[in-house]
Design a protein around this ligand. Sequence first.
Ligand SMILES: [Zn+2]
Length: 270
Amino acid sequence: MKAKKSILLLLLIAALLTGCLLNKVTGRKQLSLIQESELQLMATNQYHTFLSEHEVLNPGRSKNAEMVDRVGARISSAITKYYQSQGKGSVLEGYDWEFNTIESKDINAWCMPGGKVVVYTGLLSVTQNETALAIVVGHEIAHAIAKHGSERMSQGMMQQLGGMALQVAISQKPTETQNLFLQSYAIGSQVGALLPWSRQQETEADQYGLIFAAMAGYDPREAIPFWQRMTDLGGGSPPEFLSTHPSDETRLRKLKQFMPEALKYYNQSN
Ligand SMILES: [Zn+2]
């Protein structure tokens, strides 16, 4: 047992030395043991499985789904234009955006690598308007393109699967690998304990999410009342979204710090 632990430790150190990549969005070094293309492939499979198990609303018949589609189209095209103009088109390599709305009382939304987004109708009772929805969608997309899920998945592969390669893990330990994936991307509660995003990941997602919504022409100032409403829902049994995106005064303070920069993008968008 002891030998196994020290081997794991050695593997972890080796991974830390060789498996860190500079993130092009945030400029931060992150543990990255899995190819983005492999993750996107897994995401596409998981996304379609998820959709087949839930009631997906048709944007032609549901005003809510139509709104989610519109927010998604505006934000994804603004982000694509922005990174192309910065010569960083590779940030979105392999992205094939999809936005879907599912009928669910749960207050939740997420984005898988490759741009696979789901909004739960329960969230719309808290967003209350299209601009606040854009704030959340921007935040979730920021988690994906800042590769936060990939970072968590890499850590999990080391800790739970002994640094096994993803393709090997998928074939040898499919259930564990799938659960790790869902946990890493904060998807669903059926896999047990929900993993909250780290404070640093939350701050990054807020910072870039505000900018993404602003670039798409949505007023970033709407983030403050939205997160206030979300924070007020805390307590005994907070919604899923709040357990993975813990919120308090620190978040509101940081959002206010990021506001002047986001407003520059907002003013340019009009
Ligand atoms: Zn978050």
